[in-house]
Design a protein around this ligand. Structure first.
Ligand SMILES: *Cc1c(COP(=O)(O)O)cnc(C)c1O
Length: 387
């Protein structure tokens, strides 16, 4: 077999866990019914499977199962949350607050709303990637209808203080949405304790499959109104029409179940691997850590490197490791990452960055090899430049 590079791009997507695939299989060919068919056993079987999956996902974030709406992923969940709130509350106000380092699936819907006459404040972050909570409090106005702040960042891995942000929003009676695509199954989340009103989730960042996610929508204390963005058969309490994909939903719940079982152990293991990698790389001069070292996902390391060309570095590394610079959606473009720019980096330094995303299937041996080869490659590239 050809030697394929070591996969370290687990923030872009992850390998499907064989156990997830196994849980899904019967729902393709045997229990294939439409969960909305209520006249026969094929429908009932599928409905029961969906109900059980919904309940597992709800319990994970301390929600009620009626508050989980399945979507095609976090992109759709973010769109539904942001546009759905704007449409339902525009008579109350037209001001939305979000952050410069959000995923494009939050930034773009907000920019779209700007073209419809909404006013959006994109808050800057501090040098460590964290939001200044005083700044957030000061920015909330009487006509602010929504605050959207991601739980964990997909590029630099920083985890925002969601509990505090939720408390600020609740105190000011503003709806709080958080994109938890990178956080679910990696840190514990509680929509009650954290005062979260809307939460976007996805399966494929935690070894589930691509194309399935969910939006949590609070039903009481307070009840959140939302305008649906896809009309049709009225599935998902009318919030999101379309026949439910039973296998994907079953797999999503299985992925979450496994992630929770392994959460403590994996966090400890991945943190050790991450810290080992950082310790090796930081022995070089001119290496900067992007994002707070402590308040970040265990498997994330993001660095900027002085004195090398970003694309030359990626090219030199690609036979040994699959890493990215910036996020998957922007790594094809020549534009530097908007997240790294928000940390105050120049275009050049932002482009000379590497994101290592360690996942459940990475081994110590792999990380040792990656550390060694990355150090060697940076040294070589720097030597070439000084000749
Ligand atoms: C991956 C990701 C998304 C997009 O999720 P999809 O399920 O691929 O649509 C949104 N937000 C964050 C933070 C992500 O990491």
């Amino acid at each position: 077999m050809m030697n394929r590079p070591i996969y370290l791009d687990n923030h872009a997507t992850t390998k499907v866990d064989p156990q997830v695939l196994k849980a899904m299989m019967p729902y393709f060919t045997e229990y294939f019914g439409n969960p909305s068919s209520n006249a026969h056993i094929y429908g009932w079987e599928a409905e029961a499977a969906v109900k059980q999956a919904r309940s597992i996902i709800a319990q994970t974030i301390n929600a009620d199962e009626t508050e989980i709406i399945f979507t095609s992923g976090a992109t759709e969940a973010n769109n539904l949350a942001i546009k759905g709130i704007a449409e339902a509350y525009f008579t109350k106000g037209k001001h939305i607050i979000t952050v410069q380092t959000e995923h494009k699936a939050v930034i773009e819907p907000c920019q779209y709303l700007q073209t419809l006459g909404f006013e959006v404040t994109f808050l800057p972050v501090e040098k460590n990637g964290l939001l200044d909570l005083n700044l957030l409090t000061k920015t909330i106005r009487d006509d602010t209808i929504l605050v959207s702040v991601m739980t964990a960042n997909n590029e630099i891995g920083v985890i925002q203080d969601i509990t505090q942000i939720g408390a600020i929003c609740r105190e000011n009676e503003v709806i709080f949405h958080t994109d938890s695509a990178q956080a679910i199954g990696k840190i514990s989340l509680d929509v009650q304790k954290m005062n979260i009103d809307l939460m976007s989730l996805t399966a494929h960042k935690i070894h589930g499959i691509k194309g399935i996610g969910a939006l949590y929508i609070r039903r009481k204390n307070p009840r959140v109104k939302l305008a649906s963005q896809i009309q049709g058969g009225g599935q998902e309490r009318g919030f999101r029409s379309g026949t439910l994909c039973t296998p994907q939903i079953v797999g999503f719940a299985e992925a979450i179940k496994i992630a929770l079982l392994e959460l403590d152990l994996e966090n400890k293991r991945q943190k050790e691997l991450r810290n080992y990698l950082w310790q090796k790389l930081s022995q070089l001069d001119g290496i900067y850590l992007n994002g707070d070292l402590n308040q970040r996902l265990s498997g994330n390391l993001n660095i900027s490197i002085d004195g090398v060309d970003g694309s030359a570095l990626l090219l030199a590394l690609q036979s040994v490791m699959a890493v990215s610079s910036g996020s998957a959606c922007s790594s094809n473009s020549t534009k530097p990452s908007h997240v790294l720019k928000a940390l105050g980096h120049s275009d050049k330094l932002a482009k000379a960055s590497l994101r290592f995303g360690i996942g459940r299937f990475n081994t110590q041996e792999e990380i040792e090899k990656v550390a060694q080869f990355t150090v060697k490659t940076i040294n070589n590239l720097r030597k070439l430049r000084s000749i």
